[in-house]
Design a protein around this ligand. Structure first.
Ligand code: WTA
Length: 646
């Protein structure tokens, strides 16, 4: 098959920061002498004390430790707000678009300063200080960003928990972070539906000790339970404080935030990011990847509960003095044209979303897109999962009217920001490829023995050296950090992704090679879904795998063995789906449940997931070697069952 290539349009090479030669030269400099390169790039942020020690990193052998700019001091909120006040105090920092199209507002940098200072003062008056962990469980309203920046201002460490997570999931994160302060809202609003955030917080606190204060932002105004002495409404507390709050001077390696993410085993990990390196990475990638220039209106559709929201709604754009749009709603409400209407309403130039959104909107055909103008659009971005070439082409041809490049950005919660991506003025595009490494990033493709493959090849993706935005540890569990990322291929950061590199040196990410699945761009550990299922009284065993899903990318396929005496039924299926939603949250709902009298196991009792994956993928003819199974006939039962269900 002839590979399709999109050349860089001449107007792009003229306006962009870098053309192809510029990219190559800068990339070469970045990997040749990281010390010199990053010393210079660090100047993009304001330091109270400029760093002189630039890179001090070790991926092993020996102690794995990652430090960047370690003798520098700065403050993230100062960089995202205060330093812009002289030059752009009246410029819009945040455009907020509500769930209901009649609701929107703008926040200038000066207003942002006042709001964040007030929020910080409210927190400080309730004892929040440098190093404390603050849990943020919020809808997509500006106060979510204020809360993050208020923490940064005080030097507190925020842990944002996605508003779609259940009370149990929230409780687990509060407990792991030992967080005494929670910021939430009365209710969230998405697609016209209310989300009982405060109620969920109450339920979570009933399960864990230690929460002393809950700050409640009024969003819908619904009456909620307020515990005297513990809970306070933000609007009331904010009136009692000034709009001035000094910034805490932070060391470059002081923690900025914890963000929980799923891995292949156990509970979600608290990914820890620090101050200086993260901010340099967030700002630099935002500028170059989106070719952000003053005056551009930039919109990333992620939720602040995920890393994409942290880096590319809040920290990257604001550190660059950009105008960033924050959207409370969903792509299909009140109509399937909502994204494109918002683009026209606010004259959005740069639009960054996930393939799953594109695929679901594609289903409704071109008309809902075509009827909007989208003339303001200049650049499109994609993130969170592999984008299939069909979706890429549709995004390009229909949404971008064939004139906007697409940046397919590969990265992870752990990487802090984008690592592999096209640059719009520099990189020829191939639909489905994340193309080339960003500055300072050294990707390698290795085989299962860890041998580094050369040229065109396929294998697992590792990164050979550190970059400033990298996570520093798993909160409270450095050993788990080392085990998870640096033990599979000693001395290298293992991404968990498989990938192919073509003859042009372009990277094609093929998806996770571990027990993590990617459902609608949301990362899920199969182990988490399994432990939710087996917590149900009627379930004796469960195995969960991903399978290809037209819209979600991957769907959740659960094999469930019931307790003796229980009978499979459609009602029980529904009950189990509802159970998982309650235990983890709606994003973890199984798409398919297959009742299995038993699961394929090795003689030592280990479940052979490889076989379960193949059955879920309908690859019955290709099950591989089943001779090591304790009871090979189990597989025949599963296959028959699967085929009957179709
Ligand atoms: C996947 C989201 C292909 C990948 C920023 C990675 C992608 C996981 C892409 C991280 C992309 C993200 N192409 N796959 N452009 N971007 N992924 O931590 O499997 O939620 O390991 O971070 O998403 O998901 P996470």
């Amino acid at each position: 098959m002839q590979e399709k290539i999109y050349e860089v349009a001449p107007e792009w090479s003229r306006r962009a920061y870098l053309d192809d030669a510029g990219y190559r030269a800068k990339y070469a400099a970045s990997v040749k002498d990281p010390e010199a390169f990053w010393k210079e790039e660090a100047r993009r942020i304001h330091w109270f004390r400029e760093p002189t020690r630039i890179k001090n990193t070790n991926f092993g052998p020996g102690e794995v430790s990652i430090r960047w700019f370690e003798d520098g001091t700065t403050n993230v909120a100062y960089n995202c707000i205060d330093r812009h006040l002289d030059t752009r105090g009246d410029q819009v920092a945040i455009i907020w678009e509500g769930d209901d199209p009649s609701e929107s507002k703008t926040v200038t940098y000066r207003q942002l300063h006042d709001e964040v200072c007030r929020m910080a003062n409210v927190m400080r008056n309730r004892g929040v200080k440098k190093g404390d962990r603050v849990t943020i469980y919020m809808p997509m309203i500006p106060e979510a960003a204020y809360a993050m920046l208020a923490c940064a201002r005080l030097g507190a460490i925020h842990s944002v928990v996605f508003g779609g997570f259940s009370p149990d999931s929230l409780a687990g994160r509060i407990e792991d972070a030992k967080s005494a302060f929670v910021v939430t809202a009365d209710e969230g609003l998405r697609g016209g539906r209310k989300v009982a955030l405060k109620e969920n917080v109450d339920a979570a606190i009933a399960r864990v000790g230690g929460v002393e204060h809950v700050l409640v932002v009024r969003r819908t105004g619904a009456p909620v339970n307020m515990v005297p002495g513990r809970d306070v409404y933000y609007d009331e507390a904010a009136q009692m404080v000034t709009a001035d709050c000094p910034v805490e001077e932070m060391n470059a390696e002081d923690p900025l935030f914890i963000l929980y993410t799923s891995g292949s085993t156990g509970k979600p990990k608290g990914v820890l990011h620090t101050t200086g390196g993260y901010l340099v990475w967030a700002g630099m990638t935002h500028q170059y990847v989106f070719d952000y220039h003053d005056g551009d209106i930039y919109w990333c559709t992620a939720d602040v509960g995920w890393v994409t929201g942290h880096t590319y709604i809040v920290y990257g754009p604001l550190s660059n003095g950009a105008t960033t749009l924050m959207f409370e709603g969903v792509p299909t409400y009140p109509s399937i044209s909502r994204f494109w209407e918002v683009i026209d309403k606010h004259n959005v130039n740069i639009f960054y979303t996930a393939p799953t959104a594109i695929r679901s909107l594609m289903q409704a055909g071109e008309e809902p897109v075509r009827k909007t103008s989208r003339k303001s659009l200049r650049l499109l971005g994609s993130v969170g999962e592999p984008i299939n070439p069909e979706a890429w082409e549709w995004y390009h041809r229909v949404v971008g009217d064939g004139r906007c490049p697409i940046v397919d950005t590969w990265w992870q919660t752990e990487t802090g920001g984008i690592l592999i991506t096209p640059l719009p003025g520099a990189t020829r595009l191939k639909p489905g490829s994340a193309t080339r490494p960003f500055f300072g990033v050294k990707p390698e493709v290795v085989d299962s023995e860890g041998r580094v493959l050369e040229g065109a090849c396929e294998g697992n993706l590792v990164i050979a050296d550190s970059w400033p935005g990298q996570m520093r540890t798993v909160y409270g569990d450095h050993e788990r950090f080392v085990q998870t990322y640096f033990s599979t291929y000693p001395g290298k950061y293992f991404t968990g992704d498989g990938c192919r590199r073509d003859a042009d040196g372009y990277y094609w990410i093929t998806g996770r090679v571990d027990d993590v699945i990617n459902v609608s761009g949301h990362r899920m550990g199969t182990a988490e879904v399994e432990s939710a299922l087996v917590a149900h009284p009627k379930v004796s065993e469960a195995a969960v795998v991903g399978y290809p899903h037209d819209i979600k990318g991957q769907g959740i396929y659960a094999y469930v063995t019931l307790m003796a005496g229980e009978t499979p039924s459609d009602e029980l299926r529904k009950e189990l789906v509802a159970w998982v939603r309650k235990e983890i949250g709606p994003i973890a709902s199984p798409d398919l449940i297959q009742f299995a009298p038993s699961l394929p196991k090795t003689r030592s009792g280990k479940i052979m997931r490889r076989i379960l994956r193949k059955i879920a993928e309908d690859e019955f003819g290709n099950l591989g070697d089943t001779s090591t199974l304790a009871d090979p006939s189990v597989v025949d039962d599963l296959v028959t069952n699967r085929q009957n269900r179709r």
